[in-house]
Design a protein. Structure first.
Length: 277
């Protein structure tokens, strides 16, 4: 039986930040309505490589995205392409790198910022570029607006798979550090958005997964091997059975797990199995 899935990637939200500041999400875990596991990000623990690994189920050394500067279509199968092969519909509200990696490259702002095209891997897309980011302007979209865009696409198109990717936490961590009053406020707002949006999507028949690409050091850095850079939370709202709470998941398990819930076959390149049964 196929399910509909929303995957939320909260860029830069490490394990500690998620478990201590996401009060609404943790409230559902405490109540028994959601499960959470620790997950270990791939290396390098950098956004672009992690985005590609989350969706392809292979390492950066295999898919070729090893930094944030290469903007090209990945050459291995991914969640979007496998979902489309299985006849599933797809959508994304995310950074433009996701369009470059899984849709078409290079990203053309006049062609790709808003997409509604049934022939493409990501059939319905709303992307942002963060062009013009400076110390004085983080150039991130409001999470209230971003989640509303995703909700509108769900209402209009009922996609089987929707990716939602927010850069607010990552940008704030780089600017002020993950242990800062600015981060407290940003996550407080984000947690409120999640508290209002998740019940809506669950009522519409979606399973919801929430995770991050990577964490950050106290200096707001990531890319390396330390636990604070690699360890993130993975929350699951759905009726599948997962491993025991003490199991540490591998980020490369996300792609086959999402596809399993969608009722789509994993690609042959995806070496790990779904952790949801």
């Amino acid at each position: 039986m196929s399910r509909k899935v929303v995957l939320i990637i909260l860029d830069g939200m490490g394990w500690k930040t998620a478990r201590t500041l996401l009060g609404n999400v943790e409230g559902w875990v405490e109540k028994g309505d959601a499960s959470v596991w620790k997950m270990r990000a791939t290396l390098p623990s950098v956004s672009g490589p992690c985005y590609a690994s989350i969706h392809t189920g292979v390492t950066p050394q295999e898919h070729g995205i090893v930094d944030n500067y290469k903007q090209e279509r990945v050459s291995v199968a991914d969640i979007f392409s496998q979902a489309r092969k299985a006849g599933r519909t797809t959508s994304a509200a995310a950074h433009s790198l996701f369009s470059s990696y899984f849709q078409r490259a290079p990203f053309n702002i006049y062609r790709d910022l808003e997409v509604d095209d049934e022939s493409l891997p990501i059939q319905h897309g709303r992307f942002y570029t963060m062009t013009g980011e400076t110390k004085a302007n983080m150039a991130v979209p409001s999470d209230v607006d971003l989640f509303a865009q995703a909700a509108i696409m769900i209402d209009r198109h009922q996609p089987d798979y929707l990716l939602l990717h927010s850069c607010t936490v990552d940008s704030t961590g780089h600017r002020y550090g993950p242990d800062s009053s600015e981060m407290d406020h940003v996550v407080y707002v984000l947690d409120g958005v999640l508290g209002n949006t998740l019940p809506r999507w669950l009522e519409q028949g979606y399973e919801v997964m929430i995770t991050a690409d990577h964490g950050q050091s106290l200096r707001g850095h990531h890319g390396g091997t330390t636990d604070e850079m690699r360890e993130v939370a993975f929350y699951y709202f759905g009726d599948a059975m997962g491993p025991s709470s003490g199991v540490v998941l591998d980020q490369l398990q996300i792609a086959p797990s999402v596809l399993a819930r969608l009722g789509a076959n994993p690609a042959g390149t995806m070496k790990l199995d779904s952790f949801l049964k």
